[in-house]
Design a binder for this molecule. Structure first.
Ligand SMILES: Nc1nc2c(c(=O)[nH]1)N[C@H]1C(S)=C(S)[C@@H](COP(=O)(O)O)O[C@H]1N2
Ligand SMILES: [Mo]
Length: 239
């Protein structure tokens, strides 16, 4: 495919939050910054496809999303049941730790807060583990970063169904953290009391992963694990 017929290619400037205010879209707060590109990142006009391993084959009739752990009412949803839930739209940017940022995405799906309300998350839950259909791939997210208005379980991107390369039929998107926390091919959300590193976190990426937090350990965002006792690998800048 050439750049010209790639429907996801952004020829001009990114859209702005103001342009979406009237559309009943939840505005991710980072899109209101004067500079929307975190330190060390640069804008990509395409939408790169990035994941470990290969795209899993998902039979939509057999697809189930499980939500459990420290909740009052665990859920197991079919795709039809998921699609019947109230849907929202979110306008956000998307930052990959390998240094690209895709600005101005409109995501459609079910809000994380809607799901949390339905299952009744218990007070002891402090983290969530998101698992993909790609054989046990997980990522860990602090609950205060997950329980935000702009985090959602996504089915559409810029008005089109999410394709399998980008995590369809349903992926997580947590816009205020690096994109590796946005699990593709979402299969399970588990609410837990203790933090536990997921796939990339075990390989040295940050337990929190906020692209905007800059400090002595993380001169350009929370890319790498900074636990003082971390003895594991430091992952490559690109993979
Ligand atoms: N299940 C799963 N989700 C995943 C990954 C993965 O390997 N498996 N890779 C993550 C990484 S590192 C990034 S940058 C984004 C990329 O999303 P995209 O391919 O839609 O751009 O997905 C994230 N979600
Ligand atoms: Mo990434």
């Amino acid at each position: 495919m050439t750049v010209n017929d790639d429907p996801k290619y952004q020829a001009g400037n990114p859209s702005t939050a103001e342009e979406h205010l009237a559309d009943d879209v939840i505005i991710s707060p980072d899109t209101l910054r004067d500079n929307r590109i975190p330190a060390g990142q640069s804008r990509t006009r395409k939408w790169p496809v990035l994941h470990y391993g290969t795209v899993p084959t998902i039979n939509h009739d057999l697809w189930r999303l499980q939500i459990g752990g420290l909740v009052e009412r665990p859920l197991k949803l079919t795709l039809d049941e998921f699609r019947a839930l109230p849907h929202v739209k979110v306008y956000s940017d998307f930052h990959c730790v390998t240094k690209w940022s895709r600005l101005g995405n409109v995501w459609g799906g079910v809000s994380v807060q809607e799901i949390m309300e339905r299952v009744g998350v218990r007070a002891e839950a402090k983290f969530v583990i998101a698992e993909g259909f790609d054989s046990g791939w997980t990522t860990n997210i602090p609950i205060e970063d997950f329980n935000v208005a702009d985090a959602l379980l996504v089915e559409t991107h810029d008005g089109e169904p999410l394709d399998a390369d980008h995590g369809g039929p349903v992926r997580l998107v947590v816009p205020q953290l690096y994109a590796w926390k946005s699990a593709k091919w979402l299969r399970k959300l588990t609410f837990v009391a203790e933090d536990s590193p997921g796939y990339w976190e075990q390989l040295g990426y940050h337990m929190h992963g906020d692209p905007w937090v800059v400090n002595e350990m993380n001169p350009d965002g929370e890319r790498f694990r900074d636990d003082p006792d971390w003895k594991g690998p430091r992952p490559p800048e690109s993979y």
